[in-house]
Design a protein around this ligand. Structure first.
Ligand code: FES
Length: 117
């Protein structure tokens, strides 16, 4: 099953007016909804990987979705090691993944355990 962003007019629930936000992810503009997490915007734009492990180069994306696993670490507006599942997307956010930064290691707990998370 692929993540998908429903156009506002096609959402059967239509709980309120939808305010779009546009963020940049590794230079690619992605449109989401105000209040949505950065991870939610990225997944809604059909991208599931947010980083790769240092040991084994395995792709990682949203695992817990509640801020516990640190599998979703990205850089947001120059601030490193932000959990994408916990940060609300705001208009103009610039999100950079580890691959886009050249693969340098992050300092979050997952990497401090040896990077094989
Ligand atoms: S997905 Fe687990 S901390 Fe974000």
């Amino acid at each position: 099953m692929a993540a998908k962003l429903l156009p506002a007019g096609d959402d059967p629930i239509q709980p309120f007016d939808v305010t779009p936000v546009t963020i940049s992810v590794d230079g690619t503009p992605m449109v989401g909804i105000a209040g949505q997490s950065i991870a939610g915007v990225i997944m809604a734009n059909n991208r599931l990987d947010l980083r790769r492990t240092a040991g084994g180069d395995h792709p990682r994306g949203v695992f817990c979705g509640i801020g516990v696993c640190f599998d979703c670490l990205v850089e947001v507006n120059g601030l490193r090691d932000v959990r994408a599942c916990q940060r609300k997307a705001t208009e103009g956010d610039v999100v950079t993944t580890r691959e886009a930064r050249g693969g340098d290691s992050l300092s979050g707990p997952a990497d401090s355990r040896g990077g094989a998370a």
